[in-house]
Design a protein around this ligand. Structure first.
Ligand SMILES: O=C(O)CCC(=O)C(=O)O
Ligand SMILES: [Fe+2]
Length: 286
């Protein structure tokens, strides 16, 4: 390439984007040199753009942690390895501050996982039949799992688990929605989404009448797939392995992407993944 080569709008855009992404001028220079640019041409291309870049305000420093005051969640100030959840000693395996994520180990016994699956399976089968008879609900391409809801306190296992969750997360049972169970067959996934209700959606005010916003989520793994099926947090590159008996908890102090609680269920590659999800509201959920 020659020193006289034209600086195309695309090249300008590329340079501006690289600078905005935090790459230094020397590193851009090196990259351009490697791809055959001569110094004189690089100088020309960078002139003006550097000046422009200099007036771009520096990105806001990222907050180090999410606000957790007044939200569900255990007190982690003493970095406990275990939390007494009343009838069970739950492990704290991993924590993250922003998004606020906690991975709990040994949250459910194998018997509890099996019991929930058995009770949910009957209901799933029934709801699928009903859907086929009536022509079915619109297929949601974002969520290809099958699901059902238990009523709060519907059976002994559900009641026991809800009590345990209330103690673990310091949040009244009455503020929780009924437990949801999802089954993911191979290929099924739940594309990244937020669990709070979008304030911009027309239906949201009606939903909020039943207990306000969702403020936290606990996803519990009841059956692990052979491969795939982790819970992903794309904003921070986190993937939680869907280990049976384990749960991933996350909270969000406002219905806003700045909470970085975007998350999804990665496609199941083999086997079946079952989860139970508990959503916690701001107030009593009726
Ligand atoms: O299956 C998962 O890992 C995530 C489930 C989920 O995001 C939900 O139930 O809201
Ligand atoms: Fe979710």
């Amino acid at each position: 390439m020659s020193a006289g080569q034209a600086i195309s709008p695309e090249l300008r855009e590329w340079i501006v984007a690289q600078l905005a992404a935090g790459h230094s001028v020397p590193s851009l220079r090196a990259a351009m040199r490697t791809s055959g640019w001569q110094d004189a041409a690089i100088d020309l291309a960078l002139q003006g753009i550097e000046r422009q870049a200099a007036v771009v305000p520096a990105a806001e420093p990222l907050p180090a942690e999410a606000s957790t005051a007044g939200l569900p969640g255990p007190d982690l100030s003493s970095s406990p390895l275990y939390i007494d959840a009343g009838d069970r000693r739950v492990q704290v395996l991993q924590t993250m501050r922003l998004p606020r994520v906690i991975v709990f180990g040994d949250l459910l016994s194998d018997e509890e996982c099996d019991g929930l699956i058995a009770a949910a399976r009957l209901r799933l089968a029934r709801s699928l039949t009903v859907e086929t008879q009536t022509g079915g609900e619109a297929l949601n391409v974002d969520r290809t799992s099958d699901g059902m809801f238990f009523e709060r306190g519907e059976n002994a296992i559900v009641a026991r688990l809800e009590q345990r969750i209330a103690v673990l997360l310091n949040w009244p049972i009455e503020f929780g929605e009924g437990l949801q169970v999802l089954r993911y067959a191979p290929g099924a996934q739940y594309r990244p989404h937020y669990d709070y209700f979008d304030p911009g959606e027309p239906g949201t005010p009606t939903i909020l009448r039943r207990g306000g916003q969702r403020v936290a989520t606990l996803v519990m793994y009841l059956q692990e797939p052979g491969q795939g099926g982790g819970t992903t947090f794309p904003d921070v590159g986190l993937e939680v392995a869907p280990k049976r008996g384990t749960g991933v908890f996350f909270s969000y102090d406002k219905p806003d992407p700045s909470t970085r609680t975007l998350h999804g269920g990665a496609p199941v590659l083999s086997g079946e993944k079952w989860v139970a999800t508990k959503w916690l509201r701001e107030r009593e959920f009726i």
